[in-house]
Ligand binder design. Structure first.
Ligand SMILES: [Zn+2]
Length: 321
């Protein structure tokens, strides 16, 4: 009798969407399913229901052997609790054990950017690197720090939360409660805010894409308009990309990594985001003319990187047992 290959699912829960993926042992994505994240001011159970529906759609009635959850928030060092998540309702909650009980399967939990880093280190754009920076751009900015080939979790499990570094004193308010955080200038939210502010003031395809209501504008609409040559959308990307490079220059100055990997939903825009970031990094990095400036690479796994890394962590967990 031969036993079937284990079914391992990774699920990435971000501020705007839930992405579940069946992932093979080599990191290959076999199938995906999406759900809208119900919000950050709702009962946590609503978000957990959305996760359950997404993984059930991927499983199509098969028994799931393990699920890795990549959460856009601070996960404790033990991988048990989501301590705080600016864009989700979880507050110091034992999410791992609760989902394992609810789903009746092995569940592992880590921060989404840490998961992205695991995927990119194992099979992607940071493969073979000893020291790397990984930044995920979605609703906000997540980050992971790789030193000596290992994802660093820090004392509280909160290492690599670069998105809430203050870059503008008394700047834009952030959902974390502070002002002037990096992700307020370089993220999907920032992209939409910049583009939205110009609708009605100058001609732009975005007017039509959002049906005349700027409140309905989304990041993918800005990406589409930029692809169609829209100046407002392209300038929003140029600004977000430049802020990306400026923030990275600070991090590279601190860490001196071999490579910088950018993932998350906004990274789907590719060089439209990364070229202005490379230019800004070259300008802003201390001693740039006298050092090897690390390449800024797009995550190989793109928007699926978090789910893939979470699945790899889940697979490692069941192969240990
Ligand atoms: Zn913040």
């Amino acid at each position: 009798m031969t036993s079937a290959a284990p079914l391992v699912v990774g699920v990435d829960v971000g501020g705007s969407k839930v992405l579940a993926a069946e992932v093979g042992a080599d990191g290959t994505v076999v199938a995906t399913a999406n759900r809208v994240t119900p919000g950050r001011l709702v009962e946590a159970s609503l978000v957990e229901d959305a996760l359950g529906l997404a993984i059930a759609e991927v499983a199509r009635g098969r028994r799931i052997d393990a699920v890795g959850v990549a959460a856009a928030g601070f996960v404790d060092a033990a991988g048990e609790r989501v301590m705080f998540a600016p864009h989700l309702p979880w507050r110091e909650e034992p999410v791992r054990a609760r989902l394992a009980e609810s789903w009746g399967t092995v569940v592992v939990l880590d921060n989404d950017a840490n998961c992205t880093a695991r995927a990119e280190l194992a099979h992607g754009a940071a493969r073979g690197a000893s020291d790397a920076l990984v930044v995920t751009m979605g609703t906000g900015i997540g980050g992971a720090l790789v030193i000596g080939g290992q994802v660093q979790r820090g004392r509280n499990g909160m290492a690599g939360e670069f998105g809430h570094a203050q870059v503008v004193p008394d700047g834009q308010p952030c959902e974390c409660g502070h002002r002037g955080c990096w992700e307020q200038y370089s993220s999907g939210n920032a992209l939409v805010r910049l583009a939205r502010g110009r609708i009605g003031h100058e001609p732009t395809l975005l007017d039509e894409l959002c049906g005349g209501d700027p409140a309905l504008l989304t990041g993918p609409m800005v990406t589409r308009a930029a692809e169609d040559g829209d100046l407002v959308a392209r300038q929003a990307f140029a600004s977000v990309g430049e802020w990306l490079g400026v923030g990275l220059a600070n991090l590279v100055a601190a860490i001196d990594p071999e490579v910088v990997v950018v993932g998350g939903g906004v990274s789907a825009a590719g060089d439209r985001l990364l070229e202005p970031a490379r230019s800004a990094l070259g300008r802003a990095l201390v001693g740039a003319a006298h050092r090897v400036v690390p390449p800024i690479r797009r995550a190989r796994f793109g928007p699926e990187a978090g789910a893939v890394g979470a699945a790899l962590l889940a697979r490692a967990e069941i192969s240990r047992n």
